[in-house]
Design a protein around this ligand. Structure first.
Ligand SMILES: [Zn+2]
Length: 176
């Protein structure tokens, strides 16, 4: 599992994978409403990149958990994964104002970015750029290098978690 989190019982594993992927990407679905205006960046790094959005996403998953075969605590976990996206964006370089993300929206309109950025910025066009220009930016060598940097930085963490499970704390291998 890409998150290094324990997988639940087989009965849930398909929903579990969907939940992890969706929770990790949900904040960036704010590109979609901009497509209606041929300006995908119009709403990007808005309210969906706030801690409140992470809490609401988790609450939504909790409510859905009544209908889907999700393990207990899925809502909290979904909120945590959602928040990890915010942490990644906060740690990433940003070359377009406003810099960072509105973590405390709607209580504060301030944008936050780490004083020391760890990850590279991800090119996705500038404000007002149409879909074609945005796609050309997304599928660029710069972004390939940005993804490679993230993998290089995060893969050792994942390996460490797997090693912990296998050798240091085998009782943590539940649900595998
Ligand atoms: Zn994002």
């Amino acid at each position: 599992m890409v998150t290094g989190l324990a997988r639940p019982a087989n009965r849930c594993s398909r929903w579990w994978l969907l939940l992890v992927v969706l929770a990790g990407c949900a904040a960036d679905l704010d590109f979609l409403p901009g497509l209606l205006f041929n300006d995908p960046n119009r709403f990007h790094h808005g309210p969906s990149h706030s801690l409140l959005a992470a809490v609401l996403f988790g609450a939504g998953v909790s409510a859905l958990g009544q209908a889907l075969p999700l393990p207990r605590g899925s809502g909290r976990l979904a909120a945590l994964i959602y928040a990890s996206h915010l942490l990644g964006d906060w740690l990433a370089a940003d070359d377009g104002a406003p810099f960072g993300i509105p973590l405390l929206w709607p209580f504060s309109m301030e944008y936050f970015i780490s004083p020391v950025t760890v990850f590279s910025n991800f090119h996705h066009g500038t404000a007002g750029a149409g879909l074609t220009a945005v796609l050309a930016n997304i599928f660029s060598m710069h972004n390939l290098a940005a993804v490679a940097l993230e993998v290089a930085l995060l893969l050792p963490l994942l390996v460490l978690v797997q090693w912990w499970r296998a050798f240091v704390n085998p009782s943590d291998r539940r649900g595998r």
